[in-house]
Design a binder for this molecule. Structure first.
Ligand code: HEC
Length: 149
């Protein structure tokens, strides 16, 4: 309950221009690309464990899931920054013409990653792998509609 209240106020704050931490559109573009780069690095390590290319380490997996669940909160305000539909970006214009559809995918991603962080912290490998499979679907689901290759 408390968490929801805090989350709500953070999202509200992100919508007002004065709350933006960016000075220029290119700063916001670099920021969201950095967040996705860090998401992908942590995600790749978890994926290697799930696929057995790396020894399973529940504590390490849980740490990476926690990192990602925090990182998923960061890109949204960078997409809200005006002028970030142009420049050195792979973001498709559909992000802004279909903002509700985009934020629905972002919210699902945040929810699935928060769930993965919670489940992996509880320590059950099987349940963790199942939650990972659910969370992993978000990447392609969003990229195919909202990101250029
Ligand atoms: C809600 C939509 C959404 C979801 C979910 C999402 N991404 Fe992305 N991702 C984007 C968009 C949009 C960009 C392009 C950002 C830009 O270039 O401004 C992007 C860019 C990237 C990049 C390139 C970063 C760079 O340096 O240019 C990587 C890597 C990436 N995403 C990985 C992932 C992975 C891995 C997942 C899942 C664990 C994921 N993304 C989930 C929308 C999403």
């Amino acid at each position: 309950m408390m968490k929801k209240v805090i989350l709500g106020s953070v999202l509200l704050a992100a919508t007002s221009a004065s709350a933006m931490p960016f000075e220029k559109p290119e700063d916001a573009i670099r920021y969201r690309q950095s967040a996705f780069t860090m998401i992908a690095t942590n995600f790749g390590d978890m994926s290697a464990m799930v696929k057995g290319r790396k020894d399973w380490d529940q504590a390490q997996f849980s740490k990476r899931a926690l990192f990602i669940s925090q990182l998923t909160m960061m890109p949204e305000e960078a997409f809200q920054m005006k002028g970030t539909d142009k420049g050195d970006t792979k973001a498709r214009p559909e992000i802004w013409s279909d903002w509700d559809g985009f934020t629905a995918k972002l919210n699902k991603f945040q929810g699935d990653m928060a769930n993965l962080a919670k489940v992996s912290a509880e320590g059950d490998q099987r349940a963790t792998m199942k939650a990972f499979g659910v969370a992993a679907k978000n990447c392609k689901s969003c990229h195919s509609d909202y990101k250029y290759r």
